[in-house]
Design a protein around this ligand. Structure first.
Ligand SMILES: Cc1ncc(COP(=O)(O)O)c(C=O)c1O
Length: 429
């Protein structure tokens, strides 16, 4: 055997070994909160929501910028340090193995992560797909629905802009009709909200789009009741779960929607560019793929996921994020998120000039809530909060208020500084 042939065999054997041993799915992740969490087993979620020792150990699992306080977790939430490490290590290993990995282990790693996500989200594996984000998940549905000219889609003006635009594109191209509800959801009871959706339905209505948590306000909508009402009338429901997945403890199928899309980089705290689509089994066959596919049968959800080459090193970090959330427990996490929202809202409730538009009842909001100062533009308020107090938040477009979205890494000290800043600004206005 020549030297070069021997060298080649040695090298490829090494690669094969490395590929087989590639530990893309770590069985137990690296969460630093594991030990602290085990000590809380006797506490109810609500009791542990105010256990500051525990939550400061959770905070220490994140590498947060010391330059500012981040109250804009609604856009995306940073991964714990272990998740970032996972992405970097896998990027390095996959880069070394290159096409050898992509042609070998990649498909298996996708299906393993999908199975883990199915278990985590309590959905049947054959009903979910890993996507890049909510936009992609919901566009697969909105663009793929078998609608014809004259068919109606019903949704509120508080739905995320790009979903409305996708429906409008279908209206312009194919003549479907967009019926946009004109209702002040913030001041309406859940019964009235369900009735308003029902009142908009006609014999031509085929589909409703509704957010579980409204991005503009943080309001939780009675999605399950809307789905049940719609199904009685033979209408399908697309649930925008961008803000609810791993934020509220509800399972996807508990909501009774036909389609559900979310971004894993929001409240699950997985890497940027990761999402999930759920489609009820019996609805898959009629959905047209957005990206043409001939690899899968028409009743397989994989037919909707012909995305081409993707960054595979995000997969194991999705698993890491699920592990981290499971260690916390979703009910405990939801209770903490509601606790910290109530903490700052209660301290600003009676302050002159402060307005708090988001409904405060437990079932109508969780981590996200609006706040404003009378006669102050929200853009100006966000600017002052950042420039004078190094507190970062945004005005997503609701008149007169900015959106405050803390997360499990937010400390009580940060919220105290935010409350003090708001009181100072309100007094000066
Ligand atoms: C309700 C809602 N839907 C969809 C999206 C789009 O999410 P992404 O950009 O992750 O696709 C967002 C983004 O914030 C949102 O708030």
């Amino acid at each position: 055997m020549t030297n070069s042939r021997r060298d080649f065999l040695k090298k490829t054997a090494g690669i094969a070994l490395a590929a087989n041993a590639l530990p893309l799915m770590r069985p137990d992740g690296q969460s630093r909160v594991h030990a602290a969490s085990a000590k809380l087993s006797n506490q109810s979620p609500v009791q542990s929501a105010s256990d500051e020792r525990f939550w400061s150990s959770v905070r220490s699992a994140f590498d947060l910028s010391p330059q500012f306080t981040n109250l804009e977790s609604g856009y995306y939430s940073p991964q714990p340090g272990a998740g970032v490490k996972e992405v970097c290590e896998q990027a390095q290993r996959i880069n070394e193995l290159a096409a050898f990995y992509m042609r070998g282990n990649w498909p298996d790693d996708i299906s393993r992560t999908k199975q883990q996500l199915a278990r985590f989200s309590e959905c049947p594996n054959e009903e979910i797909l890993i996507t890049r984000n909510t936009t992609e998940s919901l566009n697969i549905v909105i663009m793929g629905l078998d609608l014809k000219s004259g068919d109606e889609a019903v949704y509120g003006p508080y739905e995320y802009g790009s979903m409305q635009v996708s429906f409008r594109q279908r209206a312009a191209r194919e003549g479907i009709v967009c019926k946009v509800l004109d209702i002040p959801i913030i001041s309406m009871h859940d019964d009235e909200i369900v009735k308003a959706y029902q009142a908009a339905i006609t014999s031509k209505t085929k589909v409703i789009l509704v957010s579980h948590i409204v991005y503009l306000t943080g309001q939780v909508l009675p999605v399950r009741r809307i789905c049940d009402m719609a199904h009685e009338l033979g209408i399908e429901v697309i649930v925008d779960g961008a803000h609810s997945f791993a934020h509220l403890a509800d399972g996807i199928t508990d909501l009774h929607g036909d389609y559900y899309g979310t971004s894993l980089h929001k409240w699950l705290m997985a890497p940027l560019g990761t999402g999930l689509l759920h489609v009820k089994k019996e609805k898959i066959k009629k959905l047209w793929p957005l990206y043409g596919d001939s690899n899968y049968a028409t009743d397989k959800i994989e037919k909707l996921g012909h995305f081409g080459t993707q960054p595979p090193y995000l997969l194991s970090a999705i698993a890491e994020a699920m592990h981290f959330n499971q260690t916390l427990g979703l009910a405990r996490k939801e209770a903490r998120l509601r606790h910290i929202k109530n903490y700052w809202v209660e301290r600003l409730a009676d302050v002159p000039n402060i307005i708090l538009p988001t409904p405060a009842e437990d079932h109508r909001s969780c981590a996200i809530s609006l706040v404003g100062i009378r006669n102050k533009e929200p853009g100006e308020l966000a600017k002052e909060l950042y420039e004078r107090y190094q507190i970062f938040t945004v005005s997503p477009g609701y008149p007169g208020a900015v959106r405050i979205s803390p997360n499990i890494y937010t400390s009580i000290g940060e919220l105290d500084r935010f409350v003090a800043a708001m009181k100072e600004l309100a007094a000066a206005s």
